[in-house]
Design a protein around this ligand. Structure first.
Ligand SMILES: NC(=O)c1ccc[n+]([C@@H]2O[C@H](COP(=O)([O-])OP(=O)(O)OC[C@H]3O[C@@H](n4cnc5c(N)ncnc54)[C@H](OP(=O)(O)O)[C@@H]3O)[C@@H](O)[C@H]2O)c1
Length: 283
């Protein structure tokens, strides 16, 4: 249990951080998808430390509530809301919750993602979860490549990585446009860059999902142009998470940096771009 004096200290530091960034984060509301663990969880933590009201979301209520409680003990203003990005009812319920509780949303980080090219069947995955076994890491190179890839794997990958993020934009970007403020960060990957389209990575479904997500970024950015809603894609870099595996060189703290930079960008910042390490990269 963190003592209340520690929470007070964290809140004081949060206020100092707000002054340091020079941006008024008071009352700013941020939704982060797939944020009970990995990069999404760290994005929630860093936004919370800047003073944002964070809405931590994921499909599993027990895991989400536990993650939110952990952040709350660090003095962060966070609420959990259930969200499977493939479930229309969940997305609608989140929209109602946001409008009722806050009346607006300022930041949307479309972070939820899967990489299932590696070949683990859904049944194996479910069993691993039920038995609370660590999931087998899916190494690059494990899958069959483009000529052998299973179309169901492609379909399911696109459901989460592409259509989930698209639907979140369709529901929340109009609210941002109406309010005249919004920052949307689509968490993509350099594996989706067009000049990365070799068969060597063996994760074709994941790669095409991120290429298509980048297309969504461009079109949503264009639809929102001139409304102070900035929409960008980011590659967080190869990071130690379930998707990245234990050999990845980077921590989640490092991975969150460019996401935070775009999520908190002052007015007049870039829109319709793809960024890595705070620099624009090719599509
Ligand atoms: N790690 C890397 O090296 C790397 C590199 C480039 C890009 N990325 C991108 O970074 C993002 C975050 O990945 P990560 O590395 O942090 O992976 P991670 O630790 O495996 O986290 C993935 C998150 O997505 C959630 N998720 C999966 N399916 C979902 C669904 N249908 N609806 C809502 N949430 C769902 C997971 O929830 P559960 O806990 O319920 O499964 C989890 O919270 C992904 O978009 C990934 O493609 C990662």
């Amino acid at each position: 249990m963190i003592k209340s004096i520690d929470v007070g200290r964290v809140r004081h530091r949060n206020r100092l951080n707000m002054k340091k960034t020079g941006s008024d984060t008071h009352n700013r509301v941020a939704i982060v998808t797939g944020s009970d663990r990995g990069i999404g969880f760290e994005v929630c933590r860093q936004l919370g430390r800047l003073g944002y009201q964070v809405v931590l979301t994921c499909p599993d209520a027990a895991k989400g509530k536990k993650a939110a409680a952990k952040l709350r003990r660090q003095g962060i203003h966070v609420v959990y809301h259930v969200l499977d990005v493939t479930n229309e009812k969940d997305i609608r319920a989140l929209q109602s919750f946001i409008l009722k509780k806050f009346g607006h949303v300022d930041v949307l980080v479309n972070n939820a993602g899967v990489m299932i090219d590696g070949g683990r069947s859904q049944l194996e995955g479910l069993l691993a979860r039920r038995l609370k076994k660590a999931s087998r890491k899916l190494d690059f190179g494990e899958g069959p490549g483009i000529l052998g890839t299973d179309r169901d794997i492609v379909r399911w990958t696109l459901e989460v990585n592409l259509l989930g993020s698209l639907r979140m934009c369709q529901v929340f970007v109009p609210l941002m446009m109406k309010a005249g403020y919004g920052r949307v960060v689509n968490v993509s990957s350099r594996l989706g860059q067009l000049d990365s389209m070799t068969d060597a990575e063996k994760v074709p479904a994941y790669q095409m999902s991120k290429t298509a997500l980048n297309a969504v970024t461009l079109m949503v950015a264009d639809a929102a142009r001139g409304t102070n809603v900035l929409v960008n894609s980011v590659c967080p870099g190869w990071t130690r998470t379930d998707i990245g595996g234990p050999e990845a060189p980077q921590s989640t703290e490092e991975a969150a940096r460019t996401i935070l930079w775009l999520a908190t960008h002052p007015d007049g910042g870039p829109t319709g771009g793809f960024f890595y390490n705070k620099k624009r990269i090719d599509w």
